[in-house]
Design a protein around this ligand. Structure first.
Ligand SMILES: [Zn+2]
Length: 86
């Protein structure tokens, strides 16, 4: 399993660390990289089903990039580019 995974929960896509969270399950709260505790929900119990329309959590994007070894400069460039598109 990859160390960091994305999960749609509470209206955004958050990243989480699989070393500190056992894995996202429907109805089970988890703490995302941004520090928020969020709860994924699904009607059919399969979190991977369907389309993920919610936007990424900006804090999670930045914290994931930092966790993967990006430099502050690289992160700043990425944030600036995302803001141009948004
Ligand atoms: Zn987040």
């Amino acid at each position: 399993m990859q160390r960091y995974l994305w999960q749609q929960a509470d209206g955004r896509r958050h990243a989480y660390d699989t070393q500190t969270n056992t894995g996202a399950r429907s109805g089970q709260p988890f703490t995302a990289l941004c520090g928020e505790t969020v709860t994924p929900k699904t009607e059919r119990g399969d979190l991977t089903a369907g389309l993920w329309f919610d936007p990424e959590c900006r804090d999670c994007v930045v914290r994931l990039a930092a966790a993967l070894g990006w430099t502050d400069n690289e992160i700043a460039q990425m944030v600036a580019r995302r803001e141009e598109v948004a």
